[in-house]
Design a protein around this ligand. Sequence first.
Ligand code: FES
Length: 94
Amino acid sequence: MPLFYDDLIEPTIVRQVSKSVAYCRCTRSKNLPFCDGSHAVTNVKPFILELNEPETIAICRCWKSKDHPYCDGTHGRLVKPKERPPHQHGRNPG
Ligand code: FES
């Protein structure tokens, strides 16, 4: 199933039980938010998150978090494409 921009706005809640997990930063992974190696054709590397014990975390999917891979709430301030007013190219408003 393809992912659409709207699907990527909300963070993914992950119960991370492994000590070390690679989270995608290149946006090409087909297994978001996890790295699947698709970054190999880019110069972007995954974020390796290491935890001492299992923890539930929110992983950013809007790619605007200032604390990536963690969600920092920025997605809540973004306007989803389908909520934007339609473009009025070349039209005179009024
Ligand atoms: Fe995106 Fe690895 S697939 S960082």
